[in-house]
Design a binder for this molecule. Structure first.
Ligand code: ASP
Length: 369
């Protein structure tokens, strides 16, 4: 019952003229009008593995992407545009495992996966195993906006990309010396596939705009040495990406097989939605009724709010379950109440967040905010 008190009190301030003084005293949260969170992968990101130069380079890249998304939101743009722009910038940066800088498959090709979802109408687009589109997030968005489907794969997705007039690149566009060395080490059996990805470097963004609409997107090259057309969680709606205005927007990074099995992104949003409903029911019970049992007013569930610590706990619980299965990685979240944050079970995660109240930060290591 305790965990209902903060949101309950907030609700009374918003809704009820017959505010109980006891409840009103506990009001504590101000809601930002927009928020955004981004990630560039999670993993064994310890200070002794990253040079100061690389550390600075990654932070600059995250800042640039975060600023671009924030600018769109600050100027009244929508969440879909903000995350699309943010992810496009991260795809173009060779530091991350998405677009340029994508990891290599067993056959030394690059096969890219991406997805995007609009929380206002639950429309979604996804692509898997594409090999010629410069920015797979733009292709995922084109699938969402311009096709009757949700998910396209392989040659068909590449064909759709050309038909949509999206920028095409030669196969060697994605390659970087670092990623080539990784696959060569795997093929020479110098390292195992499990060891090479000491960090997952995919990219993602989630946002809420000033109209309360939410969006999520994720883009990746998958896992080094993947074979047989392996597809991870990043293009799977509900696993690596999910957005629903009623609950949250999520983008995941990590060992995709585990995220798919747990349906991580959808699972977190569902738990948030159910908790918000439970709070609504509790509040409704406190509204006076007439003799026939008809309440004086009906509580608007859209204006309910879960406390930040409760949202964080839901995310942490699901990531803990992922860990129990043996999975590593993390997620970023945004909520309809302006909260933006992270949860991960790895030593670090490339991440950043910003909200309309002026807060903005990028972080790498687990001990940072
Ligand atoms: N989640 C991605 C996958 O399993 C990999 C990553 O996070 O980099 O394909």
């Amino acid at each position: 019952m305790n965990r209902l008190l903060v949101p309950l009190a907030g609700l009374f301030i918003l809704f009820s003229s017959s505010v109980s003084a006891v409840h009103a005293e506990t009001v504590s949260e101000e809601q930002p009008s927009w928020s955004i969170a981004i990630h560039g992968g999670a993993g064994t990101l310890n200070r002794d593995r990253i040079t100061p130069e690389k550390d600075a380079e990654i932070r600059a890249a995250l800042n640039k992407a975060l600023e671009a998304g924030s600018k769109i939101l600050k100027e009244g743009g929508n969440a879909m545009d903000a995350i699309t722009e943010t992810i496009t910038l991260l795809e173009n940066d060779p530091n991350f495992n998405a677009g340029k800088g994508a990891v290599f498959t067993w056959d030394k090709t690059n096969e890219l996966d991406s997805s995007i979802m609009d929380g206002s109408d639950l429309s979604a687009g996804a692509v898997a195993g594409v090999m010629a589109t410069k920015n797979p997030i733009l292709l995922a968005r084109a699938v969402k906006d311009n096709s009757p489907h949700v998910m396209l794969s392989g040659k068909g997705a590449d064909q759709f990309s050309r038909e949509q007039g999206l920028e095409q690149v030669k196969p060697d566009y994605y390659a970087t010396p670092y990623r080539l060395k990784q696959i060569e080490d795997v093929l020479a059996e110098k390292v195992s596939i499990a060891d090479v990805d000491y960090k997952f470097g995919n990219v993602g963004a989630v946002a809420m705009d000033s109209d309360g609409n939410m969006a999520a997107g994720t883009s990746t090259g998958g896992m080094t040495g993947k074979r047989w057309g392996r597809i991870g969680d990043s293009p799977v709606i509900g696993a690596g990406t999910y957005a629903d205005n009623r609950s949250c927007a999520i983008s995941a990074t990590g060992a995709g097989e585990y995220f798919i099995r747990l349906g991580v992104a959808h699972e977190i949003c569902t738990r948030i939605k159910m908790d918000a409903r439970a709070i609504r029911d509790e509040v409704q019970k406190t509204v006076p009724t007439d003799k026939g049992g008809v309440p004086e007013n009906y509580v608007d569930p859209n204006r309910l709010m879960l406390a930040s610590k409760d949202v964080q706990k839901i995310a942490d619980d699901v990531i803990a379950e992922l860990g129990q299965l043996g999975g590593t990685g993390g997620i970023i979240f945004a909520t309809p109440w302006g909260q933006a944050g992270y949860s991960f079970n790895t030593p670090g995660m490339y991440r950043g967040r910003a909200t309309s109240d002026g807060a903005m930060s990028v972080s790498i290591y687990g001990d940072e905010e």
